[in-house]
Design a protein around this ligand. Structure first.
Ligand SMILES: [Zn+2]
Ligand SMILES: [Zn+2]
Length: 430
């Protein structure tokens, strides 16, 4: 597999209509993988001129009729690197929202998952004070955070794409008048957004950039996609009116990800049995390191309850949905990942149900809306008997999930997940 880093820069406003509220069509604030995939498919189909069922020996066939297709991930707004949807467990002050490093007035964003899990576990066997977090600065209520975050240097940053509105009047052709009920408003993603701060902490406007990944099957497919994507110059709706003009670049990721240590399963099993994850030795960024850090932080949170002794031999992990996930349970769409995963038991779900739709490549018709697990959803699992063999099998399944995605329609960008997102460690407001 070859990972391509994709950057979509907006030259004119982008029309990404999602849902209609009255006469206003709301815009998405990111580019779904399916939309970029569709734009490339249409470009290639136009060039070869084949009808949908008859692509053979053409560029379209090599990409979209291959046994192993590339996965087109979503592109999210970002000012410096790549951004990710906030987990459903992220919280911020109701009155002064945002990261402190980004906005001096803000009261910070933190993740409530680990303290909440600790409280819930202890409260099953002891009477303890209810965990009811409020803003540490002003005691105000907390609220969930929507949108995206990215790493900016050693701090977090919340990229904020701007929306512009375009009001139009549809003319009633028979009567040649603008009937009042034909007024409509289109929301669009602006081609400018607030950029990263300069040395004086000013945030100048920069071109809006949406960034994401495409996972190609091999080098030759990656090279082909790299060349073809630069030829996609328009995205979204109303391109004939000059909207959606974009510049797309794709670069293979040069950095190789650090590898898990060969004795990862042994180390994690021992740590689980000794209730000591601090000594797990694995390179930062590896699955082993993330799992160890998550469990270490959870044990630390449990220490806030001195009368409670956590049982040994358990290993927790989260599955964090970085894109929407389409999962079927006995053939039916669901907003939950399964009760059993990687040999572990689901113990908590923070699900953000989402309705998704798309165009069927085969028929060109709109697919029906279906239920999905929304991006930002978080599922917590516990492996109860963490033997080295069980941990080994668990790590194998989790690595595959991160590498290949989970669920259906993965080539359209669904099912992109991360295990134990480092954001969960941010239990103090930042
Ligand atoms: Zn063709
Ligand atoms: Zn506050």
């Amino acid at each position: 597999m070859v990972e391509l880093e994709v950057t979509v820069e907006l030259n004119t406003p982008l029309l990404l209509g999602s849902r209609k509220l009255g006469t206003v069509t709301e815009s998405l604030k990111f580019l779904p993988g399916a939309m970029l995939r569709g734009a490339l498919g249409r470009l290639l189909a136009r060039e070869c001129g084949h009808s949908p069922e008859n692509h053979a020996d053409c560029e379209f066939a090599t990409i979209f009729r291959a046994d192993a297709q590339p996965r087109f991930g979503p592109c999210y707004p970002a000012v410096s690197s790549f951004s990710f949807p906030f987990p459903a467990t992220a919280q911020q002050c109701k009155y002064y929202p945002g990261f402190r490093d980004q906005d001096e007035e803000a009261h910070g964003i933190h993740d409530a998952l680990i303290p909440l899990l600790a409280y819930e576990e202890v409260s099953k066997s002891q009477r303890v004070e209810v965990y009811r977090p409020h803003c540490p600065e002003c005691e105000a209520q907390l609220e969930p955070v929507s949108g995206f975050y990215e790493l900016f240097g050693d701090t977090y940053w919340q990229p904020k794409p701007r929306l512009t509105r375009l009001s139009r009047t549809a003319i009633n052709r028979r009567r040649r008048v603008a009937a009042e009920e034909l007024l409509y408003t289109l929301e669009m993603l602006s081609e400018q957004m607030s950029g990263p701060p300069d040395s004086q902490r000013r945030t100048p406007s920069v071109p809006t950039r949406l960034r994401g990944f495409i996972w190609a099957v091999d080098d030759s497919q990656a090279e082909r996609l790299q060349a073809l994507l630069t030829r996609v110059t328009h995205l979204g709706g109303s391109t004939s009116r000059g909207l959606g003009r974009v510049t797309i670049t794709a670069e293979p990721r040069w950095e190789t990800s650090p590898a898990d240590p060969p004795n990862a399963a042994q180390q994690l099993a021992e740590a689980a049995n000794n209730l000591d994850f601090e000594r797990v030795d694995a390179p930062e960024g590896t699955l082993t390191h993330r799992v160890a850090q998550f469990n270490a932080e959870l044990l630390k949170a449990l220490e806030h309850y001195p009368d409670y002794q956590p049982p040994a031999g358990r290993l927790f992990f989260t599955v964090d949905c970085l894109s929407d996930v389409i999962w079927l349970n006995r053939g039916l769409p669901t907003a939950l990942l399964p009760e059993q995963f990687a040999g572990a038991q689901r113990v908590r779900a923070f699900s953000l149900p989402q309705k998704v739709s798309g165009f069927s490549g085969a028929t060109g018709l709109m697919r029906t809306m279906q239920l999905a697990i929304g991006r930002g959803s978080v599922f917590v699992y516990c492996l109860n008997n963490a033997t080295p063999e069980a941990v080994q099998a668990m790590l194998g399944t989790l690595q595959k999930a991160e590498r290949e995605g989970v669920g259906r329609d993965k080539e359209r960008g669904y099912g992109w997940v991360q295990i134990c997102s480092p954001f969960h460690l941010e239990v103090k407001p930042k």
